[in-house]
Design a protein around this ligand. Structure first.
Ligand code: SF4
Ligand code: FES
Length: 230
């Protein structure tokens, strides 16, 4: 197989470099990149940690779609020539490694961080079988991989749009009885660059490796914002 890999270093132009790999049974795109780095090109930069689909740090765009490299089997890809490039909408650091700072900035701008309310202890457990927990059970599984931001066309268009992950996180917090920032967050969510900006194309939902639907979270927040008017 041939991997057509995006290359970039500060001070050089973008280019694509081709590498030949022999795809063994069960070999993933990450395995292939590691083999290239160890065998033929130690300058190739990419990021990974767990190698088993838990941390999200190997997120990249493979054959035009956001995927985690450690869970993408070469044999499952339809073409024998596979394109590999870094996530979109993040600054490049080098080759396939992006700077996730915009992810953090968008979270902070949306107040998508936990603010303990007065009263119940911040670490108080919310029971698994409670309605409060069931409503957010899927949404709290976000691993912060950034794939949904890469896939979102509105993130590309509007620098101030919080993006799917921050809005999904905001959804979990707005339904968390231990959080004390509901009113401030609701104001931010109603701003002209937040909830109303989403076109509900569900590109985020299509690529989320945790099978979260940020689209559903956004639509739920919208319903809550509308109901709060009455
Ligand atoms: S919502 Fe899904 S795609 Fe987006 S950061 Fe979280 S885990 Fe990744
Ligand atoms: S290396 Fe952790 S998800 Fe791929």
């Amino acid at each position: 197989m041939v991997l057509r890999v995006f290359r970039w270093d500060p001070g050089t132009g973008e280019r694509v470099q081709e590498y030949r790999v022999t795809a063994r049974e069960g070999m993933t795109v990450l395995d292939a990149l590691v083999e290239i780095q160890r065998g033929s090109d130690p300058t190739l930069a990419f990021r990974y940690a767990c190698r088993v689909g838990m941390c999200g740090s190997c997120a990249m765009v493979i054959d035009g779609r956001e995927r985690w490299a450690c869970r993408t089997l070469l044999a499952r890809l339809p073409r024998r020539t596979v394109s590999v490039r870094p996530l979109y909408h993040f600054p490049l650091i080098r080759d396939l490694v992006v700077d996730l700072e915009p992810f953090r900035r968008r979270m902070l701008a949306t107040a998508a961080t936990f603010e303990p309310a007065e009263g119940p202890a911040a670490f108080a457990a919310v029971g698994r079988d409670t309605a409060e927990r069931r409503q957010v059970a899927a949404a709290i599984e976000c691993i912060g991989c950034g794939m949904c931001l890469s896939a979102c066309t509105m993130v590309a268009h509007d620098e101030r749009f919080p993006g799917p992950a921050a809005l999904n996180r905001a959804f979990t917090l707005q339904l968390d009885s231990r959080d004390g920032a509901h009113a401030d967050r609701a104001t931010r969510l109603r701003s002209e660059d937040a909830l109303v900006r989403c076109h509900a194309q569900a590109s985020c939902t299509a690529v989320c490796p945790m099978e979260i639907s940020p689209t559903d979270s956004i639509l739920s927040l919208r319903r809550r914002a509308i109901l709060a008017l009455f």
